[in-house]
Write a protein that binds this ligand. Structure first.
Ligand SMILES: Cc1ncc(COP(=O)(O)O)c(C=O)c1O
Length: 383
């Protein structure tokens, strides 16, 4: 079946009791058992271990990503945390993209490092740099592609090949493109991770996370951590995310088309120094973007003449684009990564990987492109 059919129907069945077409919000802590000998006969015991609404979302995401199963979490960070807890022990090492969401960097450098886990932040745009970062104690390769906020791409198939050669799991943070545009497991990765807070929900309504595993064995390891640490997704969040998933393709296509128009306008604007959008021919990894994904997504960034002062003035002058953290929702958002999403990345590291002080990040929403462009033009007129 096609993606548009699956995004609506995969993982859900009409309610067997009432016929309700939407999966009910099973707001129940516990599940009554028939007898001690028939414990867990219906698959549920206690909602930290499993909940029917949450399982419906997990089945849908597993199907959309072509995985064996999926585990959902309270946030995207909880999903990344569980992956690391499941796969890394004290004294072991992980190779992580040198450009990634600031929270991922913070988790590695400020939390896992306290427990004796070592990290190399590698330029994962270069598969050879990944290969040369692998040590005898490397147990995980974590890439984020496209990476937040610079949009740097990692070649999923090439890195998965290197990972497989060394018997190391390759996890890909697929938040920016979703399975509609990019399927890491089909390219050889072992895990596809999401902040469902972004495009999968798509409405700025929830925070959540998911890990889709290529194998049942890997899913069981992650599910064990999910249950042991209790960082589960709630039934209401799962229900809202289930509804968001049904329109994923439509939102992604429209938002990406808006992003392309915005990027082209910015590229031609005399006050703009640089625009970075994977759909532009000027994007340095444009060919890889076309080869490993079926769309370019709706995230981009640019820098204006006058550097950080002019950039801040521009962000403050925008009216329709809201100055806020988050991305991927129907509302268009503008973010200043250095003060907001990546404030916890060391300044020297930020500079090294190209997260400049003047970088203005856009998450293009579903409004009319003309209105989004007009708002940017009026703000550019004020700097
Ligand atoms: C690429 C990426 N991964 C993970 C996360 C973390 O997700 P959450 O905010 O749901 O914890 C974010 C958040 O912005 C992100 O952009």
């Amino acid at each position: 079946m096609g993606f548009r059919t699956e995004q609506i129907h995969a993982g859900v069945e009409p309610d067997p009791v009432t016929g309700a077409i939407l999966t009910p919000i099973h707001q129940s802590t516990t599940y009554v058992q028939e007898s001690v000998d028939r414990y867990l006969e219906k698959g549920y015991s206690y909602s930290r271990s499993a909940n029917p609404t949450v399982r419906a979302l997990e089945h849908k995401l597993a199907k959309l990503e072509r995985g064996a199963d999926c585990c959902t979490f309270s946030t995207g960070m909880a999903a990344i945390n569980a992956t690391m807890v499941a796969l890394l022990n004290a004294g072991e090492h992980a190779v992580v993209s040198d450009v990634a969401y600031g929270g991922t960097y913070r988790l590695c450098t400020k939390v896992f490092s306290r427990f004796g886990v070592e990290f190399t932040f590698a330029d994962t745009a270069d598969p050879a740099a990944v290969a040369s970062s692998i040590r005898e104690n490397t147990r995980l390769i974590l890439t984020e592609t496209p990476a937040n906020p610079t949009m740097k791409l990692s070649d999923i198939a090439a890195i998965s090949k290197i990972a497989a050669k060394h018997g190391i799991p390759h996890a890909v943070d697929n938040t920016f493109l979703t399975p509609f545009y990019q399927r890491p497991l089909k390219l050889g990765a072992d895990l596809s991770i999401h902040s469902t807070t972004k495009y999968l929900d798509g409405h700025n309504a929830t925070v959540g996370g998911a890990v889709v595993s290529a194998s049942k064995d890997m899913d069981e390891q992650i599910r064990f951590v999910q249950n042991a640490t209790g960082t589960i997704m709630s039934p209401l969040v799962a229900w809202l995310t289930l509804q968001g998933c049904k329109t994923l393709s439509v939102r992604m296509d429209e938002q990406s088309a808006n992003a392309m128009r915005v990027a082209r306008m910015l590229e031609a604007h005399p006050k703009v120094v640089q625009v970075c959008y994977p759909g532009l021919e000027s994007f340095s990894q444009h060919e890889l973007a076309k080869a490993q994904a079926s769309g370019f997504g709706a995230m981009l960034w640019f820098e204006v003449k006058g550097g950080v002062t002019a950039g801040k003035r521009l962000m403050d002058a925008l009216k329709l684009w809201s100055l806020a953290e988050n991305l991927g929702s129907v509302e268009s958002l503008v973010t200043h990564p250095v003060t907001m999403t990546h404030a916890d990345v060391d300044e020297a590291e930020r500079k090294r990987v190209g997260i400049t002080d003047g970088l203005v990040r856009l998450s293009t929403g579903l409004e009319d492109a003309e209105d989004l462009i007009a708002d940017l033009e009026q703000a550019l007129g004020k700097i």
